[in-house]
Design a protein around this ligand. Structure first.
Ligand code: NAP
Ligand code: ZN
Ligand code: ZN
Length: 351
């Protein structure tokens, strides 16, 4: 074991502060990574405040959040074949899974039927709590490490490991592409990547945001249309328009209103994770054979495919780089939807 420095919440809703903890030494198939950057996902905030306690096991504190990790390999175990010292690598939302269940065999490790081992707020196979990317180093089995684009800045790619894949996976699964009308609800960290990726896949993209304040950015990211959901006319004008709606909103929202915007056979995919249940009326679904679906990040193979796609299409995140000392301030700004469009911690600031 060796000491690592990071930032942690010592208990639910505590502000984050400096924290020292142990990382394991690299084992045979492990990659040791110096973390250069880590994105701030809204899920970090939900978990540091223990907002999902109605839906999952109690959170583990102290908690070092962070699952959008970009770094450089510093050492590899003797069995490692995929990476070498100096490689630019990434780690996303999970660091292991059972590897033998049908889902793992299919490359759907995020839906492992035994246990996906989360990068933080989880326990590894020995039962030790996992600690995330708001820290200087991490040790991860090579099968759960990603190769980062060479032609794009690492800091702008780190958030692809969660925000990017969480939108790429449903866009691909529900076949966003030429001839398809896709709406992205909420243009924060996930949403802005949804706009860029859906556009790069060839779909016609509409943003549904609370106001028009980010319209120019939305158009720059590739949206053809941009509407404010605060204007009730938006919902009459766009009724029955979309093949696919991806809802990234982190708060309770009347999903029924959005279902009415789907065409016959259209699908709304929920990826935002509010801390409360939302009632759904039957008629909005039956009227046009609509579907309501959910999606969670993506499998390792698909994450690598997404990173390669981003490299090829020169797509990365719009970010604001901050020192780790500003993490609590950044959380407050995310909660106010004052984020353009992902905060990324420069880990050199830990020194
Ligand atoms: P974010 O950067 O805070 O973006 C959320 C956006 O939702 C905001 O920018 C805002 O967009 C909109 N919004 C916020 N509050 C709203 C409200 N009360 N009413 C209407 N719109 C509102 O968060 P994020 O990091 O993108 O994450 C979004 C959600 O996805 C979180 O709940 C997170 O936990 C979840 N998540 C899920 C997965 C998954 O695998 N399914 C993965 C990562 C994150 P506008 O200003 O444009 O309206
Ligand atoms: Zn995330
Ligand atoms: Zn499994």
């Amino acid at each position: 074991m060796s000491k690592a420095r990071g930032y942690a919440a010592l208990k639910a809703r505590d502000p984050l502060g400096p924290f020292s903890f142990e990382r394991r030494e690299p084992k045979e198939y492990d990659v040791a990574i110096d973390i250069k950057y880590c994105g701030i996902c809204h899920s970090d905030i939900h978990q540091a405040r223990d907002e999902w306690s109605d839906y999952q096991e109690e959170s583990i504190f102290p908690m070092v959040p962070g699952h959008e990790i970009g770094g450089v390999v510093t050492a590899v175990g003797k069995g490692v074949t995929k990476f070498k010292v100096g490689d630019k690598v990434g780690v996303g939302c999970y660091v292991d899974s059972c590897r033998t269940c049908p889902e793992c065999r299919e490359g759907l490790e995020q839906y492992c039927s035994v246990a996906t081992i989360w990068t933080y707020n989880g326990r590894d196979k020995e039962g030790t709590p996992t600690y995330g990317g708001y820290s200087e180093r991490i040790v991860v089995d090579e099968n759960y490490v990603l190769r980062m684009p060479d032609n794009l800045p690492l800091e702008a790619c780190a958030p692809l490991l969660c925000a990017g894949i969480t939108l790429y996976s449903p866009l691909k699964h529900w076949k966003a592409g030429p001839g398809k009308k896709v709406a992205i609800v909420g243009m924060g960290g996930l949403g802005h990547m949804g706009v860029k990726l859906a556009h790069a896949l060839g779909a016609e993209v509409t943003v549904l945001s609370q106001s028009l304040s980010k319209q120019a950015d939305g158009k720059r990211f590739g949206a053809s249309h941009y509407y404010a959901t605060s204007d009730p006319e938006t919902f009459t004008k766009l009724a029955g328009q979309f093949d696919l709606i991806i809802n990234t909103v982190s708060a309770k929202l009347d999903w029924n209103q959005y279902l009415d915007l789907l065409k016959v056979d259209g699908t709304m995919v929920v990826v935002g994770l509010p801390d409360q249940d939302i009632p759904i009326g039957a008629f909005g679904l039956t009227a046009r054979r609509r579907s309501l679906a959910g999606s969670q990040i993506g499998g390792i193979r698909e994450i690598q495919e997404m990173l390669d796609f981003c490299s090829q299409h020169k797509v990365a995140c719009d970010i604001e780089v901050i020192p780790i000392q500003k993490v609590n301030e950044a959380y407050e700004r995310v909660l106010k939807s004052d984020v353009r469009y992902r905060f990324v911690i420069d880990m050199a600031s830990l020194a």
